[in-house]
Design a protein around this ligand. Sequence first.
Ligand SMILES: Nc1ncnc2c1ncn2[C@@H]1O[C@H](COP(=O)(O)OP(=O)(O)OP(=O)(O)O)[C@@H](O)[C@H]1O
Ligand SMILES: [Mg+2]
Length: 217
Amino acid sequence: MNPASLLVQNLHKRYGDSSVFSHVNLRVEPGEFIAIVGESGVGKSSLLNCLAALDDWSEGTITHNGVDLGTLSETQRAHWRRAHLGFVFQAFHVLPHLDVAQNVGLPLLLLKRPDPARVAQMLEAVGLGGLGERLPAQLSGGQLQRVAIARALVHRPSLLLADEPTGNLDPGTAAQVMAVLQQQAADSGAALVLVTHSEAAAARAQRVLRLTASGCT
Ligand SMILES: Nc1ncnc2c1ncn2[C@@H]1O[C@H](COP(=O)(O)OP(=O)(O)OP(=O)(O)O)[C@@H](O)[C@H]1O
Ligand SMILES: [Mg+2]
């Protein structure tokens, strides 16, 4: 097996007595872009949270880079996320009191590898060059989402997870943001797993998987 791939085997997620999904099998290679679609409530966000080791699952395994995420402690999971993961949320989740450059540089700061040149490079890459000193409140929705993408990629993660990253954007801005996300993931060789309701966004992926209660096909 390629050790850098993300491998999901027989994943089953329950909240209490109610099963959300089961028999989810998935393999994503480095540099690959896959989209996950499915009805509202079927468990897409729950699956992504499991892949990020932000939530627990009930059965099955998730392996990344040969590391079985289920065997890690909370602290080890946090360190794994810092080192290997970028996450783009639907609601941006930028920190309002930090300026744009500080938001983008945060993952590097947490890794004790501050790198203003890399932050400036990422801001240029997502079309926000020169806006580093603005506060999030002074940006548009599309610009905020590009801040979130720059932040998710600044530390060169090998795995990029995005949950409805264009859900809050108009179609034109959504297309621009998707293009940036896809290009930046490809440039850094990151595997990209995108959860989306947008057919236009899913159409960009190399593979589209549909999540149902009984699996991911
Ligand atoms: N913390 C929780 N505790 C209990 N049930 C939950 C929890 N989070 C989500 N659920 C339930 O699990 C199911 C899957 O939710 P999830 O948010 O993963 O769906 P989704 O596919 O992302 O939906 P959407 O497309 O609307 O974002 C839903 O029925 C939801 O109500
Ligand atoms: Mg969701």
